[in-house]
Design a binder for this molecule. Sequence first.
Ligand code: SF4
Ligand code: SF4
Length: 371
Amino acid sequence: MGVEQENRKKLGFGLMRLPKRDGVIDYEQVNAMVDAFLADGYTYFDTAYVYEGSEEAFRRCIATRHPRDSYTVANKLPEWKLSETVSCDDLLNESLRRCGLDYFDFYLIHSLEEDHMEMCDRWDCFSFMKRAKADGRVRHIGFSFHGTPALLEKLLSEHPEVEFVQLQINYLDWDDPKIAAGECYRIARAHNVPIVVMEPVKGGTLANLTPEQKQVFDSFEEAGSPASLAVRYAGNLPGVFTVLSGMSNLEQVQDNLKTYDDLKPLTARESVLLGRLVSLFRGTRSIGCTACRYCTEGCPMGIRIPDIFAIYNRYLYDGDLAAARQRYEALIDEGSSRASDCIACGQCEGVCPQHLPIIELLREVAEKIES
Ligand code: SF4
Ligand code: SF4
């Protein structure tokens, strides 16, 4: 069966940003979210070895509570964790064990980009993927991608075995030269490779509008919610078979289900609205962190980088320094180290798919918020 037929409806449930209570995943709420998603006929879940607590949540809330043929699941091989003592087999088998499964429907080499190619080649990840498919541990193979269009072109030309590719696509990144979402999309289409979209609302950025953006949005009354507009943009692109949404509460699930149950194409007026929003976003300074959290596990200082950036972004939007300082101190009380504790080791910048200058940004946050 081709990958498109494996997914009955286009929305995929990203298990990257699950709700937490007192610092731990709120399994009760995740159960309600998952049940609503499946009850509406949706089937695709997305997890990864490196998403903190995500695989365990998958096992507890999905694998042990729902029949195996009622859902499909994607997982990913973190090639940057490979070493003389950790093989591709070890990582795949560990993911299967944590998820409580004996196969994954979709398995991806995680976050390929220029900086990760050396590890990918050294440990021959593409050959491993074919072997894992042949022995039945995975059904369909692909990769998620954060590199340049030139690298995507090369990979798809050299690896016809790739059945799908996961790309960061949203209306703000479409023409952004750093992400080049539109160009990458066109390359995947030219190779006739089906696409999974990640970050359709750019880690929440396109859902949380500034007051000025909100005013413009509200003047287009028919546009639904800012998040639904963003997911409709991605969901209506030809060749896209799944759009992932990293949902964090039941309201987001319900908003997404409403949008995808009746996936309307964008109207001409809504396209105009998107153009206006893009201009406003480009005129508003913010840190383009998508809260993927790839950077947090390896930080030797225990700095919760995305949480600090979220606080700083809110300050950049509303200018309320006192509130930002209060939120910052609350985060420190919860266990994060301070931005000023950064020792500039560079681990985080090496794994950041958005290529953010994290060290420099943390310095800026420390100067503004801590002083
Ligand atoms: S550069 Fe700073 S923030 Fe990044 S991993 Fe190292 S100590 Fe942590
Ligand atoms: S700083 Fe980069 S790696 Fe860290 S959460 Fe944000 S986007 Fe992800």
